[in-house]
Design a protein around this ligand. Sequence first.
Ligand code: CUA
Length: 316
Amino acid sequence: MSIVALAGACLPLGACSFEQSALHPAGRDAEALSGLTWFMFAGAVVVWAIIMGVVVYAVLGRRRPSSERFADYFVLVGGVAFPTVGLAILLVYGLSLLPNWRSDEPPDLRVEVKAEQYWWRLSYQLPDGTSLETANQLHLPKDATVEFVLSSTDVIHSFWIPALGGKMDAIPGRRNVLRLTPTKTGTYRGVCAEFCGPSHSFMAFAVVVEEAEAFAAWLSAQRQPARAGNAAFVAAGCGACHTVRGVTEAGSVGPDLTHFGSRRSIGADRLANSRDNLLAWLRDPAHSKPGVGMPGYAFLPDADLAEIADYLLELK
Ligand code: CUA
């Protein structure tokens, strides 16, 4: 039934990608949520079928019950007992699924997530007390409990990875804590789930869930500084806003670009990370992302733009 229902729901959308589907869970909390969804859906179907049966009987049935006692029983059972028991079962089942976000157990991994206008600043807290800053692409080890510490610099955003679990707001001046446990490797998509401005719907991020060894390899590669600098990048003043570790480390307004070439997208999952898209982005970011903080660099000579784009794509 679930596949038929889903296929029906997908028809108007043309194509279905399960990267961002709460009904294709890849995390412990999402499994509980999807279980609850199907349980409620099945319950609703049963209730609907019963009501429709009664309606059809009332309209077409030949045999009429004549006693008032039958009517009383009918109201007591169908109108009082059945909803009370049904809703109580749902409440108890729903409460049993509430996650324990206030657990004292230390998480396996802690990531500070700061929502910006309109992208995600990610800071991995490492066991040696240092942190690793990156942006717009999360990598998580499978079966690890990950604690996200959420905050925001400007307005309220909402951090949501439907395939992994529920959402939580990122609020200026507050630190909200969300724990998720991915259970399936794969690439998923997280989004901002609260209207935050003109590019609210362009504020997404990739979530790559990997086996522990692959995650460790990714982390150690990300900790390396950039292999080289670039004259055009420095001359254009990109370093005023962006850090490329080992090259220019003063800028922190925009995303860290140290390993930009290893990310799948530009502008918080707005455009695929290709040379053409990157050139278009450098010339006029606001065309793809209204309200973005980055100015356009269309005034630079084409050769400089090409050099900067090639350099950024090499930063694997
Ligand atoms: Cu950030 Cu919506």
